[in-house]
Design a protein around this ligand. Structure first.
Ligand SMILES: [Zn+2]
Length: 90
């Protein structure tokens, strides 16, 4: 049996994650659950819906603030990160 490595998340990281999720939900509601880029209505936050996006990447010292949070859909998010967007049939 292979052991699945558990990625340890510090308390601080977990708290930041929670705060970020709350912020994304709040901002998504404020913009009527519409993607800030393509203006498509999604109605929910999740893997195949709207996602919080750091305007300035965290790796570039971007902060967890409303100003630095853009709520866009997963497709626009994938484009932003240079991934190939494949149509998913579900
Ligand atoms: Zn979009």
């Amino acid at each position: 049996m292979k052991k699945t490595p558990i990625r340890k998340v510090s308390k601080k990281q977990a708290k930041r994650q929670r705060e970020w999720t709350k912020r994304v939900l709040r901002l998504a509601e404020a913009q009527d659950w519409i993607c800030a880029r393509c203006k498509k209505y999604y109605g929910f936050v999740g893997e195949w819906g709207l996602q919080g996006h750091h305007t300035i990447y965290r790796s570039a010292m971007g902060e967890d603030t409303d100003e630095n949070c853009e709520v866009i859909c997963w497709k626009c998010s994938a484009k932003e990160h240079g991934q190939n967007v494949k149509e998913v049939s579900r």
